[in-house]
Design a binder for this molecule. Structure first.
Ligand code: NAD
Length: 355
């Protein structure tokens, strides 16, 4: 039998822990990819996986992604991720979260958790009853860092889109620049509102028909069907819904010159970054442009750990560095003829001591 840690997804993870608690019925996987730069930080996903192996794969891939994201955001944090394997009915109880908190505490600060898909602020408060290695807790006072990371993620993407437009379209103004936004939830909705204020022309798509129509009316945007948005004739495509949306078929349909959005793992496979590059589209590597949320979460955690309050302006100052990082990546990509996602991966690997 081949050792499972030689499989590509394992990628030399420092810790992969399976947590079982019979009393509460909790089954979870905590994966810590790297603590080279600091505690492995990344949220907890609560999801039903018909095959638990997919839960392990998700934990490993997401945790490595957090190592890269945190390193490229200039944070003193490593990368980790947890997955709670939900049953078919997605039963979530306070006892499960308590047992999960005990498991996080057991790692002694090598893993720091926060919200992810299926886990909200109230759940994190429950986990925080058992361990201090938690972030994404309610804001402790006006002007302090913390709370929902979505608006911070949206701000970083908005700044990243402006940087891409300046780089490729050679303009500082977003007026009449046409942006198609896929997914108008917490992140995509925030990006669309910010761009609308700058006079951008917006086309929106979401499977939530009612929600997207309401937003479109509010900001004066057009709406297209979810299966049409990737092929809209526009300047920028901003994917803010699902991962793995860029593949041979969708890249062939793409008319945008720029792809810059918040969804994690937008490239279905590594080769699709190269395909985009060869087609002449400027791609903003997802984990670089969407780091605003983790910047907020990490700033909050580090302040609480050191018994001080972090100001929301500290978070904004770090988010303001995202465009410069993207510019560095695009310049290196063009100078060396290498796709931007590969440039970013190489930079991140060097930062975490695995270059
Ligand atoms: P969300 O649930 O608030 O919004 C997602 C939106 O996408 C929803 O409105 C949903 O209806 C829509 N959607 C789902 N499938 C769709 C489809 N096929 N076509 C069009 N729309 C579709 O989630 P979010 O917090 O806005 O996160 C969006 C993406 O950004 C996710 O990939 C997430 O992993 C990533 N992300 C989020 C954050 C954050 O701070 N929230 C940080 C980094 C990355």
């Amino acid at each position: 039998m081949t050792a499972f840690w030689t499989e590509p997804d394992f990628d030399d993870h420092e810790i992969v822990q399976v947590v079982r608690d019979r009393a509460s019925g909790l089954t979870a996987i905590i994966a810590v990819h790297s603590t080279h730069l600091g505690p492995g930080a990344g949220g907890t996903r609560f999801w039903h996986y018909p095959d638990p192996k997919d839960g392990l794969r998700d934990a490993l891939r997401l945790s490595r992604g957090m190592s890269y994201k945190n390193a490229m955001a200039g944070l003193p944090m490593g990368g980790g991720k947890a997955v709670i394997l939900a049953d078919e009915g997605r039963t979530k109880t306070p006892d499960m979260l308590t047992a999960f908190g005990d498991a996080v505490e057991g790692l002694g600060g090598r893993y720091v958790t926060a919200e992810d898909v299926g886990i909200g602020e109230a759940d994190m408060v429950e986990v925080a009853g058992r361990t201090a290695h938690v972030s994404g807790l309610p804001v402790s006072g006006e002007g302090n860092a913390g709370g929902d990371p979505g608006p911070f993620t949206a701000r970083g993407i908005y700044l990243g889109i402006k940087a891409a437009v300046k780089h490729r379209l050679k303009t500082d103004s977003m007026k009449d620049v046409h942006v198609a936004v896929q997914g108008t939830g917490s992140v995509g909705g925030g990006v669309a509102r910010l761009l609308a204020k700058d006079g951008a022309r917006l086309t929106l798509a979401d499977i939530d028909k009612h929600g997207v129509e309401k937003l479109a009316q509010e900001i004066g945007a057009e709406v297209v069907a979810p299966d049409e948005v990737l092929g809209v004739q526009c300047d920028v495509l901003s994917p803010n819904a699902l991962g793995a949306i860029l593949n041979e078929e969708t890249i062939a349909k793409l008319k945008a010159q720029i792809v810059a959005g918040g969804a994690n793992n937008q490239l279905a496979r590594a080769r699709h970054g190269k395909l985009l590059f060869e087609q002449g589209a400027l791609y903003a590597p997802d984990y670089v442009i969407n780091a605003g949320g983790i910047i907020s979460v990490a700033t909050e955690y580090l302040a609480r750990r050191d018994s001080r309050e972090a100001d929301v302006s500290d978070v904004h100052a770090l988010i303001d560095q995202i465009p410069g990082r993207l510019e560095t990546i695009w310049r290196a990509s063009e100078a060396d003829g290498i796709a931007p996602d590969i440039v970013a991966d190489t930079m991140a690997q060097e930062l975490i001591g695995r270059g």
